[in-house]
Design a protein around this ligand. Structure first.
Ligand code: NAP
Length: 525
């Protein structure tokens, strides 16, 4: 499949007239062809209008039709073969093996959502029988969830496949019954076009209305803003910087009709080293932690950027093991020159903070956009007094905080802002302290791990990849896993409807074979 540099608006390929941009290979800092033609407000309007026209038809496609559409996209991505992986590697600097794994995850999540749609539990079909003899009488009430409307998706730079054009947000929105308009991430426009063309073809093959999918090329400030402000758009999915997420939230709130923005932004993913676990295996935890910290050049949103332990001999052992392991870690290529320079600035800023020491570093960087991993240390008093130590440094950098006692450890936990994850390293004898920390950590994080490392997010039914601000803009939802579909649904209640006007999900006789809540009991009737 050729990369043409065109936008995909419904079934058309459109050359933008607002300038050009090129991808950059971060390993060499060289530009990669072809030129991508940037669009503007006219293309955004065309894509959103088509999405609006498609909405009522697409949202009422059968579960089987929608599941087949998702599976067609998954198959099309696999059919692109090595060309997709090669282009994504050039544009992101990510190794081939990592991208192949990410492709598997992308295809897996599309297939998971096909299963979710077929099962139909996302519809939350609920029936309350009429009670005509009650005083006052109760009406016949039936609830189902419907798709929220066309969704704008802003892909992430750090997952050019799994969190981009056909990534988690798009898969969840399609599964819910929402058309999607994607703004390409300019770090991987070629990868975006390849995947976008697969979706465009799947729309045609599955005979979906053409406005179900469009792909717009452009800059966030213009095209991104126009997209979020367009009246046809009813929700936004975003993964990226806090600054970008906040800008989109502001744009969404300023609309005549404000809309929800599901932005995943920044998290430093604290890891608590409880004393008995630390005494038993400080060195082992130290080196495993460094593997997690440096995986993917630290460019995971769940990267462990903060470690909290009790000062003393065992924390020193942990620090020594971690510093030693870090010394052997090569400097890896970061995703973009911008992300690399933000990392270098963040590390410089952290090393200049009074009370923070540089504990260890990885091998020096010898190539453009290569990041030298860095480990910092401080004490709890400095951490609690210095707000900037909580800022995310996107990349392989982490800060170890030494606490004088358990109370100080709990004070650090209480001080933290919202996080995607919190991790406890613990042994049986640590359970009493864990019980004291858990109520705080539940308030702070979307996922709490025991004796693991936060990088690596399973795409499954129970996964939560979310958390209170600034981890995300809406702590009530997840952007990974089956429940991500809920962000793009809303409930509608049908009161005293004649049988032939009721939607299938809540009709008598349960034609879809759903498990439904009937007068308070979950049954398949
Ligand atoms: P980004 O700068 O936030 O950009 C993400 C997407 O949002 C891009 O398509 C961008 O478009 C758009 N955008 C940004 N600001 C916007 C605005 N004001 N209005 C409308 N659209 C806007 O993120 P990034 O380039 O991927 O990475 C930069 C930083 O984000 C990293 O250094 C890191 O701190 C953070 N990051 C965090 C995560 C995470 O999971 N927590 C993941 C990736 C990145 P344009 O590029 O065209 O402006």
């Amino acid at each position: 499949m050729n990369i043409t540099g065109e936008m995909l608006i419904g079934q058309s390929s459109v050359r933008g007239a607002e300038g050009t941009l090129r991808a950059i290979n971060p390993a060499t800092n060289e530009k990669i062809g072809p030129d991508f033609r940037v669009g503007g407000a006219a293309e955004v309007d065309r894509a959103c209008t088509l999405a609006q026209q498609a909405f009522d038809i697409y949202r009422e496609t059968t579960p089987q039709q929608r599941a087949e559409f998702l599976e067609e996209i998954a198959n099309g991505i696999l059919a692109l073969g090595p060309a997709l992986i090669e282009r994504a590697a050039q544009e992101s600097g990510l190794p081939t093996a990592r991208l192949e794994g990410e492709r598997g995850r992308t295809v897996g999540q599309l297939r998971l959502f096909a299963t979710v749609v077929r099962a139909g539990n996302h519809l939350s079909a609920t029936l309350d029988s009429a009670l005509p003899d009650r005083t006052p009488p109760r009406s016949d009430l039936r609830l189902r969830k419907i798709a929220i409307g066309p969704v704008a998706v802003f892909g992430a730079s750090n997952f050019p496949l799994a969190f981009s054009v056909a990534g988690g947000d798009t898969a969840a929105a399609f599964a819910a019954g929402c058309p999607v308009v994607v703004k390409t991430h300019n770090a991987h426009p070629g990868t975006s076009e390849l995947v976008g063309r697969v979706i465009q073809q799947a729309v045609a093959t599955c005979k979906m209305p053409e406005g179900v999918f469009s792909l717009i090329i452009g800059n966030g400030n213009e095209v991104g803003h126009a997209l979020v402000s367009h009246p046809a758009i009813k929700a936004v999915g975003f993964t990226g910087s806090r600054q970008g997420g906040l800008a989109l939230m502001r744009a969404a709130a300023q609309r005549r009709e404000p809309i929800p923005v599901y932005a995943e932004m920044s998290s430093i993913n604290p890891m608590f080293l409880l004393p008995h676990a630390l005494a038993a295996r400080a060195s082992q935890i130290g080196s495993a932690f460094v593997d997690s910290l440096t995986m993917g050049v630290g460019q995971f949103c769940t990267n462990p950027g903060l470690v909290i332990g009790l000062a003393g001999e065992h924390l020193s052992q942990f620090q020594e093991a971690a510093s030693h392991a870090l010394q052997a870690k090569a400097a890896g290529t970061m995703l973009t020159p911008g992300i690399h320079s933000a990392y270098v600035t963040g590390v410089e800023r952290m090393s200049a903070v009074a009370g923070v020491t540089t504990l260890g570093q990885g091998l020096p960087a010898g190539a453009p956009c290569a990041a030298q991993a860095t480990l910092f240390a401080t004490d709890a008093a400095t951490f609690l007094a210095t707000g900037q130590l909580e800022d995310e440094i996107f990349g392989p950098s982490s800060l170890i905080v030494a606490c004088q006692n358990e109370e100080e450890m709990r004070a650090v936990a209480e001080h933290l802002a919202g996080q995607l994850t919190a991790t406890l390293q613990l042994d049986n004898e640590d359970h009493a302290l864990a019980r004291k920390l858990l109520p705080t950590l539940e308030r702070k994080a979307g996922r709490i791990l025991v004796n693991g490392y936060p990088t690596g997010v399973e795409v499954s039914y129970a996964m939560v990849h979310g958390g209170p601000f600034p981890a995300t803009s809406d702590s009530r939802s997840t952007s990974v896993g089956a429940s991500a579909i809920d962000r793009f649904l809303r409930p509608v209640c049908y009161q005293d409807f004649p049988a032939d006007l009721l939607p299938t999900a809540v009709q008598d006789g349960n034609p879809l074979g759903l498990t439904r809540l009937m007068d308070g009991n979950l049954i398949k009737l």
